[in-house]
Each structure stands twice: as C-alpha cells, then as structure tokens.
Design a binder for this molecule. Structure first.
Ligand code: GDP
Ligand code: IMO
Ligand code: MG
Length: 448
C-alpha cells in the first residue's frame, strides 16, 4: 500500500508541480496518468524555474523513475522537445518510461481541436489547442493510435505498417471534416514526418508500465501518481462541457496507470487558497475579469481590483498558453465536492501568501440557485451555471507570511482562515504553501 495520488481540487493550476517536487524525496516513481501537454506544472528550485507539460514533475529528481502511463496522450515531437530542453539544463532524463498503451496526438488531432474551437456553430471551450480532446475522442471511438502501434509489424500481407494503415483510415474521415471547414487535407506523409524521426529514441523507453508499477508497489516502493488538470475539469465530474477530456480525479489514476485501488494509501488534494480557472465555463465565485458571467440580478459584485490584485500578486498566467487566468474567491462547495469524489486524505493548501494584504477575504459556503439554497454542489451541472455564491467573510492580515514554518507563525486571521477551510471541507490540511520555493511551506502533518 504505497501508492499516493496527488491531484487538483479545483480547475487546475493549484500548485501540483510544487507539491510533487516536495514529496519527491520520499517516492521512487512519479507517474503521469492523464492528459498531455495541456498541463503546465511549475517547479521552482532556488533561482531555477521549470515548466513541465508532458513530463511528470518528478523527472527533475535524479532518484525518481518518471513514468508516462497508459491514460496519458502523447505528442511525440513535444515529448522529445521537452526532454531535450531539460537535458540542456543538465537534467538526467534517461530513466523515463512510456506506456505502450498510451495514445498519441498527431497533427490531425491538433488541427481538429482548432477547427472545433473556431466553429461558430459550436460552444467554445477555450481549450489549450494541443489536440487533447480529439485524441481522447479517437481513443474512445477505437480509432486511436497507441504507442505500441508505432513499432508493430502488420500480420497480414499488406505492404503498409499498422501505423500507416491507422493514419490512412483516420485521415479518410477527418479530411472530410476538414474540407467542410474549408481547410486543406492532411496527408499521411505529413503525419508520419512528425513521428518517424523520434522512433529510435522512443523505442527503449516503451514498456508495460502497469506491470512495472505493480511490481514496484509490491516490492514496497513508493509511487506518486501526479494528476493533470483538476476535479472540476474532469470529463465525468467537472463542469461539463467546459472540461478537459480525461478523468483527472482519483479513479483516473487507477485506470490511467493500471493500478488496483488496494494499492493506494493516500490521496492528496491540492487546493489553492483562492480559485482560478482558464478557458470558458461557469465560475460562481469569479472576481476578475468577470467577463464570462454578467452579474445575476440580486448578486453583488466585488470590486474588480481585488481580483486584479490576486492575478498580479499570484502571477496567474497560464504556464502552457500564457493566458491570464480568471480569478475568484475560494469555493468551499467545490472543495468539499472534490474531497468527496476523490476521497481526499490530505490537503496541500497553496498560495496562502497571495491573500496577504486584503482587508476582507471571502469563502463561498452555499449557492443560491433559482431561489433555493444549496449546501453542496448541485447534481445537475446545468444548475451550477446559475449558482450565485453566498459567502462567509473573514478579516484579512497584512503581515508577510513567507517565513512562516508552523501554523503558530501565521497571523491569527490567517490561522482562522486555514482552520475554517479544513473544518468546512472535512479533510485535514497537511501542508500550507506560503511561497513558490521548496522551503516556503508549513508542515502540519507528516503523511508520506
Ligand atoms: P499546477 O499546474 O497545479 O502544477 O500549477 P501551476 O504551476 O500551473 O501554477 C501554480 C503556480 O503557483 C506556480 O507558478 C507555482 O510556482 C506557484 N506556487 C505554488 N505554490 C505556491 C505558494 O504556496 N505560494 C505562491 N506564491 N506560489 C506558489
Ligand atoms: P494543469 O495540469 C488549467 C483547461 C483549458 C480548457 C479546458 C479544456 O496545469 O493544472 P483541453 O486543452 O484540455 O482540451 O482544454 O481545460 N485546461 C487547464 N486549465 N490547468 C490545466 O492543467 C489545464 N489543462 C486544460 O484551459 O478550459
Ligand atoms: Mg498548471
């Protein structure tokens, strides 16, 4: 029982990269089990900033075996570009293992993502335009390409490889759609050109990662499953359709890595002390820019300068697309829901330092939807789109908290804020982030 799942409790960008790095010294493997290069995980080590997209953050630690498991989607060129950049910065990337059952993202997936996002007849999701949704769509519709397919021989007498056949078959239908969008068809040669130069380098990394991880766990090794995105972006449990295309929740780690639930000892939820989201979709506690949601009739809107303050102070700009993130107050109902869906055992509360300086801080503790009060997330996500936040208010603090290393070092009002969140969510807060650096952390409980 030494599997630890680490995941986002909101809409992504909660600080999963930093938390993974913090636990790094205590684990043997770090596994990416969902998503692809839509993720952007930041790790700050002294004056060095690393932004990990397709690679698990654990790759920065030479003792760790990094694994990209079957549930992830891989853009092969992006993978090697990212590896090469890390190598240039002196990181040893030679231990990386890649699942043969992971699906690949090709040029036609990226083009489809773009075409669907720009289709005026379709709701814009605000995707990262990395081809994530179309690659998962192919996986589910059984027309995707797995990493093993890149190396498999055809058993029939055909002159074409399995890869060539799969690409040709996909393009036959996709090019019809591209034609409807007035776009040029994509040729098999273009797709292959992006993949083939990397095959010799990829081959030695490819393995049965499920077997590898189960063997590691059975021999007492510690494995950290590092989630991409966050609970509210989960394809089943998020704010559908404004979600990503994978399961970012705890169950996704099991199917995305081929691990039984009995191997998991801890489920660590990463929770930002306020909320951010990138892209379109409902966001009841949104403070800034508030452009997506005209205020509801009886809703008081907070001064937008508060959201702008948090945006700038928290450097809330996307690691992958550079987009300014939307900013809102903490949403207790989202956090409680996430704790339930994932079975969170420990919370890492991040970016408490960013709230320093505010006179008043709010936490949403109920919604009003069509005149009715909700104490928990509505079951029908369409109701969530009309949710008006009801807040509990807290007095802020002005003291710099970056040097706090235990709860008692925090100003009384900051302690009160942390304790209220913990009680409201009903899961213990084990670490509190007070800055981006490794040591800017308050440890409340040892858990790994
Ligand atoms: P991820 O996608 O969940 O890994 O999060 P991102 O890396 O996209 O965004 C989190 C940002 O917050 C990064 O710039 C981190 O360096 C930073 N960060 C993480 N924890 C803290 C914290 O406790 N305080 C502050 N000020 N920054 C933090
Ligand atoms: P990390 O791992 C925040 C959002 C996109 C968009 C929606 C669908 O860094 O927390 P996609 O390209 O996945 O089809 O886009 O999901 N999104 C993220 N938002 N953090 C992420 O990753 C995200 N990955 C995807 O902005 O709204
Ligand atoms: Mg991120």
């Amino acid at each position: 029982m030494s599997g630890i799942i680490l995941l986002g409790m909101q809409w992504g960008d909660e600080g999963k990269g930093k938390a993974t790095d913090l636990l790094g010294n205590k684990v043997d493997c770090v596994v990416k089990f969902n998503g692809g290069n839509n993720a952007g995980h930041t790790v700050v080590i002294k004056d060095k900033h690393y932004a990990l997209h397709l690679l698990p953050s654990g790759i920065l630690n030479p003792k760790i075996t990094p694994v990209i498991a079957n549930g992830a989607v891989i853009d092969i060129k992006v993978l090697f570009d990212e590896l090469d950049q890390l190598k240039k910065r002196g990181i040893d990337t030679s231990k990386l293992l890649v699942s043969g059952n992971a699906h690949i993202i090709t040029k036609y997936h990226r083009q489809m993502d773009l075409a669907l996002e720009n289709d005026p007849a379709k709701k814009k999701i605000g995707t990262t335009q990395r081809g994530i949704g179309p690659a998962y769509a192919d996986k589910i519709s059984r027309s995707g390409i797995r990493v093993y397919d890149l190396f498999s021989k055809n058993t029939d007498t055909s002159q074409n490889s399995i890869l060539q056949e799969k690409i040709a078959s996909s393009l036959a239908s996709k090019n019809k759609i591209f034609a409807n969008y007035g776009q040029k068809p994509i040729t098999s040669a273009e797709v292959l050109q992006e993949i083939e130069p990397y095959l010799d380098r990829l081959r030695p990394m490819v393995t049965d990662t499920s077997k590898f991880l189960n063997t590691a766990l059975n021999s007492g090794k510690k494995v950290l499953f590092e989630g991409g995105q966050g609970t509210c972006l989960d394809i089943d449990f998020g704010t559908y359709p404004y979600v990503t295309s994978s399961n970012c929740t705890a169950g996704g780690a099991l199917t995305g890595a081929g691990i039984p639930p009995t191997k998991i000892s801890h489920i660590v939820g990463i929770l930002k002390a306020y909320t951010t989201r990138v892209g379109e979709g409902p966001f009841p506690t949104e403070l800034y820019p508030f452009y997506n949601q005209p205020a509801k009739s009886d809703q008081t809107v907070d001064d937008p300068s508060i959201g702008k303050f948090l945006l700038e102070k928290g450097h809330e700009y996307g690691v992958t697309t550079g987009r300014a993130r939307r900013i809102g107050w903490a949403d207790g109902l989202v956090a409680k829901y996430s704790a339930m869906i994932n079975g969170i055992t420990d919370i890492v509360l991040t970016k408490l330092d960013v709230l320093t300086g505010l006179d008043t801080i709010k936490i949403c503790t109920a919604y009003k939807i069509d005149g009715k009060i909700y104490q928990t997330m509505p079951a029908n996500i369409n109701d969530f789109f009309n949710a008006k936040p009801i807040y509990s208010e807290f007095a802020g603090w002005k003291e710099n908290i970056k040097n706090a290393r235990k709860l008692a070092d925090l100003p009384y009002n900051a302690q009160k804020y942390v304790k209220f969140l913990e009680k409201f969510i009903g899961a213990r807060i084990s670490l509190v982030g007070v800055g981006p650096q490794r040591d800017e952390i308050i440890k409340l409980h040892n858990f790994v």
